[in-house]
Ligand binder design. Structure first.
Ligand code: PMP
Length: 423
């Protein structure tokens, strides 16, 4: 059967069986059958450079991770109501990557569950309900998090306990001060409505807001403002975490802040569903005194083995360093495209978390961005777009991405930008 016919058949089957809520990437969806390191392969044997997959952080199908999962799955898989060392060994290893104040960790299966749990802890410990998030944030799929994920399109009016603030969208010296003033005003507004604060919840790379990383430290005044209002600071590290930003393991560290809670997921098991929330032990003491928590699959021995293997690879292959080095190189090469293509307005990010903003004069070039993402896909380079104006190319490859892969990406982007339809 020709590849196109089988793609159409798969799409029809998907629609029939899974319903209409799911979305596919690209005008011509990619039918992937195999992955290896930074490469994905389609059913016809074509190779695609994966520059978007932050889940396969140590590369698709890394043999060390596969072996760890298979070994543990062959011996035992059960849950946290039994004693088992693996989860404790992993908890020790993971917590060692955090500041000492974040001394305990609870395991879940998804980033959404981790954020949901952090929210419950924040509400229990503060007695408040109010949460401040950024205007185009995404924090997860549960009902509670849908209220805090305006990128999904919030109902009007926004839930009474939620306040939205603009993401810090410039790299100026006073960015931190301005962001803090928005956060302060949001908590003051909440107080005027009689709503007590629970948390400031932000993705520390502001991914769905359009990728904002600079200047390092800009988060600090906002965290101070949230704490002064009586709220806790939850750092959502689901996207920036595990070394992607190229300076240590966690995005918050670039800002010189220590969160009260940190949530993580996506890259944690390189595709195996494992996520977690690290927290100050005094918060979990209070939460534990009032609530119980059991997550059937969260923290099972196979997940812990996967998580441990990912940490092994990040260390052994020096992937944080690679993220910094390759990320710097890639941002430099992308920035050089500005001289050749007017559409390329700004290149930003940290490590291998990169946003390329496209504008026509002062206007967000949303249509051109979509065209470009699809033109890149036709050239077998997979990226996507983000931001409130849908005009920021989002580049987020596996951390094993090398300079040669960066070159392929930049050359494909240069050619795609030259296409008549885009320039
Ligand atoms: N937080 C952020 C910043 C995310 O990007 C995501 C997933 N896109 C989540 C939370 C939710 O994670 P999950 O899909 O694993 O529930």
């Amino acid at each position: 059967m020709p590849a196109e016919a089988s793609t159409q058949e798969l799409i029809a089957r998907r629609n029939r069986l899974l319903g209409p809520a799911y979305r596919l990437f690209y005008e011509q969806p990619v039918h992937v059958v195999r992955g290896e390191d930074v490469w994905l392969y389609d059913a016809a044997g074509n190779r695609y450079l994966d520059a978007y997959n932050n889940v396969a952080c140590v590369g698709h199908c890394h043999p060390h991770v596969i072996e760890a999962i298979a070994r543990q799955a062959a011996v035992l898989n059960t849950h946290t109501r039994y004693l088992h060392e693996t989860i404790l060994d992993y908890a020790e290893r993971l917590l060692a990557t955090f500041p000492v104040d974040l001394g305990q960790v609870m395991f879940t299966c998804t980033g959404s569950e981790a954020n949901d749990l952090a929210l419950r802890v924040a509400r229990t410990c503060t007695g408040g309900t109010g949460v401040v998030v950024t205007r185009t944030a995404y924090h997860g799929v549960t009902g509670a998090l849908a209220d805090l994920s305006p990128s999904l399109g919030l109902p009007e009016p926004t839930a009474p306990h939620v306040r939205l603030v603009s993401a810090p969208h410039s790299a100026d010296d006073d960015t931190g001060k301005i962001f803090a003033s928005h956060v302060r005003a949001a908590f003051e507004d909440m107080a005027r409505s009689g709503i007590r604060p629970a948390a400031l919840l932000v993705d520390t790379i502001f991914s769905s807001d359009g990728v904002f990383a600079d200047p390092p430290g800009f988060l600090r005044p906002a965290v101070d403002a949230a704490r002064a209002a009586g709220a806790l600071f939850i750092a959502d590290e689901v996207q920036p975490g595990f070394g992607r930003c190229g300076e240590g393991m966690w995005g918050f560290a670039r800002h010189g802040v220590v969160p009260d809670m940190v949530t993580m997921g996506k890259p944690m098991g390189n595709g195996h569903p494992i996520a977690a929330m690290a927290a100050r032990p005094d918060l979990l003491k209070e939460f534990g005194a009032r609530s119980r928590y059991f997550n059937t699959f969260g923290g099972n021995p196979v997940s812990a083995a996967a998580g441990m293997a990912v940490l092994d690879v990040i260390e052994r292959q020096r992937l944080v360093e690679n993220a910094r080095r390759t990320g710097t190189y890639l941002r430099e090469r992308l920035t050089a495209l500005r001289a050749r293509h007017e559409l390329v307005a700004e290149v930003r990010g940290a490590g291998l978390f990169i946003g390329v903003e496209l504008r026509r004069g002062a206007s967000p070039a949303a249509g051109e961005t979509t065209k470009l993402v699809n033109a890149m896909r036709r050239r077998h380079v997979l990226i996507s777009a983000a931001g409130p104006g849908a005009n920021v190319l989002k580049i987020r490859p596996p951390l094993t991405f090398g300079m040669e892969h960066g070159d392929l990406l930049v050359e494909a982007l240069d050619q795609a930008l030259q296409e008549n339809s885009i320039n």
